[in-house]
Design a protein around this ligand. Structure first.
Ligand SMILES: Nc1ncnc2c1ncn2[C@@H]1O[C@H](COP(=O)(O)OP(=O)(O)OP(=O)(O)O)[C@@H](O)[C@H]1O
Length: 539
C-alpha cells in the first residue's frame, strides 16, 4: 500500500538513511526545535504567534501540493452520527479489506458474512478516473461538549476520515468523486445493513450527567403479514398504506409535509399489536426504536432521543396509556400549587424534588410526534399501542398525528384459517365448521387460539387433537362467558330490585309525612275555630 505523501516525505527522494549517527542528529534536532518552540510560545505575543502560524500554513500550502478534507463522525454540535461518515465507512469496505493492515469486523444483515472496515489510524488508497487518492481514519483527542445532557463519546471515539488528493484534481474530487463515494457507500450500507431493535437506557456521560441513550440488538423477529392473523381485506389495506408511505418521498415533499406517518394500534391484550409492528418492520426493512417512556426524564430528553433515531425506522411507544400521565391539567395545577412548598426545602432536596417532577408531558409527546424536530431525518413511522383507546387524550390521536387507527380484535374465522395454515399447514378440516360457529359465538384472542394450535404431541392425528383442544377451549370460554353474563344479569336485576325497593320506601315515607302534616293542619284549624267562637261568645 502506498502511503499518503507528507510535505517532508514528498520532497525526499525515497531513500532512507538508517545509521546510528543520523538518529542521533535527528534526536538533537527535534529537541532543538521543541526548545525554540517553547521559547517562542512563552515570549512572543499571542497576536504574533497567530500571525506567524497563519503565514507558515500559507507557505506549507504553497509548497505542499496536496489538499485534505476531513469528515467527522460527529461534526460540530450534531447529536447523531454523521451520515456521510457512515457512507464513507461503507464505501471503504472493499478497499480496506484488500489493503488495510488492521481491520474491524462486524456481521452482515443475514448474520452470515463478516463486514470488514478499516480500523483507526489506518490508510488505504483509492482510484477515480485514473486519479489516485488517499483515505485515512483518525482520532481527534479533544472532546467537545456543548449540550450538558448530550451523551458525548469519549475522546478516543471522536473519529474522522481524512481524504488527501493533489490540488490539480480539486474539481473532479469535489464535484464527482464525493458524490460517487456517497452513492456507493449508501448502497453498500443498505446491502449489508443489519436491522436493529433499539431501546433507551439510562447512562452517564463524560461529565457524570445521567441521560438516556439508545442501545440496540439485532432485530430478528420472524413475524410477517403472511403469518399475521386478521381480516385479509383490512390486512391488504394496511400493507398498501405502508408501501405507499415508503415510496412517498417526493409526494411528501410536494405537499410540504414531513415524511412520517403515525399509526395507532388498539385492541385487547393478545390480539397481535406487537406482532403487527414486527411485521411492519420486516415488510419495509426498517429499524425499530422501542421507546421506554418511563425511563425518559423529561421532554428535552425525549426530543434528543428522537433526533438520534435514523430514517427508515419505526418509533414505537407501547401501552401509551400506561406510560404517560394523561390525566393532564388537574395534576399540573396541583403541582403548581406545590411549588411554594418546594421552595421552602433546602437546596439539594429542592433540586431532587424538581427532578422527580420533571417528566415527559402530553405536550412534550405531541411535540415529539409533530413538532419541528420530528421532521429531522424523514421516512419514519410512529406507532402507539394501547389496550384502552378511550383513555387517550383526543389531541394525541387526532388525524395528522396518528394518521391511521387500526383496531385489532378477537379472532375471526378468517383469522383462524391463517393461524391453522401457519401452525398446522391445514387449508381445511372437518372441524373447521364447528370452530367457525364457536368463534362467532364467543370472543377469543388470536394469542389464545394460537396457543391451542401449537402441537403438543407428535402423533398420527396431531392436527385433529389441536383442533379438538381449540374446540374445548372455545366451549369453555363460551360457557364461562354465559355464566358471567348470567351473573352480571342477576347482579343487575338485584340492583334494580334494590333501587325499586328504595324508591317505594321513600315514597311511602313521603306519603306518611304528608298525611301527618295534613292531620296536624286540621287539628290546628279546629283549635283556631274553637278559639274564634269562644271569643265571639265573650263579646
Ligand atoms: N393477530 C395475530 N396473528 C398471529 N399471531 C398472533 C396474533 N395475535 C397474537 N398472536 C400471537 O400471540 C402472541 C402475543 O401477541 P402480541 O404480543 O402481538 O399481542 P399484543 O396485542 O401486543 O398484546 P399486549 O397488548 O398484551 O402487548 C404473539 O407472540 C403471537 O404469537
Amino acid at each position: 500500500m502506498e502511503h499518503i505523501p507528507a510535505p517532508a516525505a514528498h520532497q525526499r527522494q525515497g531513500r532512507m538513511m538508517v545509521s546510528g549517527d543520523m538518529w542521533a542528529q535527528l534526536g538533537s534536532g527535534i529537541a532543538g526545535i521543541m526548545f525554540m518552540y517553547a521559547m517562542f510560545q512563552q515570549y512572543f505575543p499571542r497576536q504574533l504567534t497567530g500571525f506567524i502560524g497563519f503565514y507558515t500554513n500559507k507557505l506549507v500550502a504553497f509548497v505542499y501540493p496536496y489538499l485534505t478534507i476531513s469528515f467527522d463522525e460527529y461534526s460540530g454540535d450534531r447529536f447523531k452520527r454523521n451520515d456521510v461518515y457512515s457512507a464513507i465507512e461503507s464505501y471503504l469496505t472493499f478497499n480496506s479489506t484488500m489493503s488495510a493492515k488492521r481491520l474491524k469486523a462486524d456481521i452482515d444483515k443475514n448474520s452470515k458474512n463478516f463486514v470488514l472496515s478499516m480500523d483507526d489510524n489506518e490508510e488505504v488508497t483509492d482510484e477515480f478516473n485514473g486519479v489516485k487518492l488517499w483515505w485515512s481514519s483518525n482520532n481527534r483527542s479533544t472532546p467537545t461538549q456543548s449540550f450538558p445532557f448530550y451523551y458525548a463519546p469519549s475522546a478516543s471515539e471522536r473519529r474522522f476520515y481524512k481524504l488527501t488528493f493533489h490540488r490539480r484534481h480539486r474539481d473532479l474530487i469535489t464535484r464527482s468523486y464525493l458524490n460517487h463515494v456517497l452513492d456507493h457507500g449508501k448502497a453498500v450500507r443498505l446491502q449489508n445493513r443489519q436491522r436493529k431493535l433499539f431501546t433507551n437506557n439510562p447512562s452517564s456521560n463524560w461529565y457524570g450527567y445521567k441521560s438516556t441513550v439508545w442501545n440496540h440488538v439485532v432485530f430478528e423477529h420472524p413475524a410477517t403479514f403472511d403469518t399475521l392473523a386478521m381480516d385479509p381485506v383490512k390486512k391488504q389495506d394496511i400493507i398498501d398504506d405502508l408501501l405507499t408511505f415508503s415510496k412517498g418521498k417526493d409526494y411528501y415533499k410536494k405537499i410540504g409535509k414531513a415524511w412520517k406517518r403515525g399509526y395507532l394500534l388498539y385492541g385487547p391484550p393478545g390480539t397481535g399489536k406487537s406482532t403487527m409492528i414486527a411485521a411492519m418492520a420486516n415488510l419495509l426493512d426498517y429499524d425499530v426504536y422501542d421507546v421506554e417512556l418511563t425511563a425518559v426524564k423529561n421532554n428535552t430528553e425525549l426530543r434528543k432521543l428522537l433526533i438520534e433515531t435514523s430514517s427508515k425506522s419505526i418509533i414505537v411507544i407501547e401501552d401509551i396509556d400506561c406510560s404517560l400521565d394523561l390525566t393532564g391539567q388537574r395534576k399540573k395545577k396541583k403541582e403548581e400549587g406545590d411549588d411554594d412548598e418546594k421552595d421552602r426545602l433546602p437546596k439539594p432536596l429542592k433540586e431532587e424534588a424538581r427532578e422527580k417532577d420533571s417528566k415527559v408531558t402530553l405536550s412534550g409527546l405531541l411535540n415529539f410526534i409533530d413538532g419541528l424536530w420530528s421532521a429531522c431525518g424523514g421516512e419514519r413511522l410512529i406507532v402507539f399501542t394501547t389496550n384502552h383507546v378511550e383513555k387517550l387524550d383526543p389531541a394525541l390521536i387526532r388525524k395528522g398525528r396518528m394518521d391511521k387507527h387500526i383496531q385489532l380484535s378477537y379472532c375471526s374465522y378468517e383469522a383462524f384459517k391463517i393461524l391453522a395454515k401457519n401452525y398446522l399447514n391445514l387449508d381445511s378440516h372437518r372441524l373447521f365448521g364447528t370452530i367457525g360457529r364457536l368463534l362467532e359465538e364467543t370472543n377469543m384472542t388470536p394469542a389464545d387460539v394460537a396457543e391451542c394450535l401449537m402441537p403438543k404431541t407428535i402423533g398420527v392425528d396431531a392436527d385433529t387433537t389441536c383442533l379438538e383442544n381449540l374446540i374445548n377451549a372455545l366451549e369453555t370460554a363460551k360457557e364461562e362467558a354465559r355464566l358471567k353474563a348470567e351473573e352480571e344479569e342477576e347482579e343487575a336485576k338485584k340492583k334494580d330490585e334494590a333501587s325499586a325497593k328504595e324508591k317505594d320506601e321513600a315514597s311511602a315515607k313521603e306519603k306518611e309525612e304528608s298525611s301527618i302534616k295534613e292531620e296536624n293542619g286540621i287539628v290546628v284549624q279546629e283549635k283556631e275555630k274553637e278559639k274564634e267562637t269562644n271569643e265571639k261568645k265573650q263579646d
